[in-house]
Design a binder for this molecule. Structure first.
Ligand code: FES
Length: 176
């Protein structure tokens, strides 16, 4: 378990990597970070494809976390008003993979972006709150995604995919 935050960039938002089974360790190493509760089946069941539930309530505005579902990293961003506005201000037809922001989030829960955190170029893991659009940056070949996870610059051909998920309460989602 690591974080992509670095001491030399104190303004960068924390980007938390949370693996199933590592919840206790996360809570122990970083009290400033949210305690992520994944009330899920055991790891082998999750790896086999079981849905997972994620409690969103500890995730502060402007913060991103990463959980794993079916072995894939899932980024969950609690977007700020500014990030939402930026995502919605862009002319959709100008995008490499045109998709409006409201088609990528759940109605009534626009502050939450949930995407599969695998670069659509060659599969690297992008970094949150990096790049020119305050979204995600893939360091492998320089793809830049915006606050909606849409590709804006670089060689990646498509937006970060949105996994199947639903809100089971105002502060909890089920992925899968
Ligand atoms: S794998 Fe992300 S830019 Fe190539």
């Amino acid at each position: 378990m690591t974080t992509a935050s670095s001491a030399e960039q104190p303004t960068r938002r924390d980007f938390l990597y949370v693996a199933t089974g590592a919840v206790a360790a996360v809570g122990a190493v970083a009290t400033a970070w949210p305690f992520i509760s994944q009330m899920n089946p055991d790891a082998s069941t999750v790896a086999a494809g079981a849905p997972i539930e994620v409690d969103l309530s500890p995730i502060a505005e402007g913060q991103d976390i990463k959980v794993f579902w079916r072995g894939k990293p899932i980024f969950i961003s609690h977007r700020t008003k500014k990030q939402i506005e930026e995502a919605r201000a862009v002319q959709v037809s100008s995008l490499p993979d045109p998709q409006p922001d409201d088609a990528r989030v759940k109605s009534g829960h626009e502050q939450w972006l949930v995407v599969i955190g695998i670069c659509t170029h060659l599969g690297c893991i992008p970094i949150a709150h990096e790049g020119a659009y305050d979204g995600f940056f893939c360091p492998c070949h320089g793809s830049v995604y915006d606050t909606s996870g849409r590709i804006r610059q670089g060689p990646a051909p498509a937006n970060l995919p949105v996994p199947p998920y639903q809100f089971v309460s105002d502060t909890k989602i089920q992925i899968g």
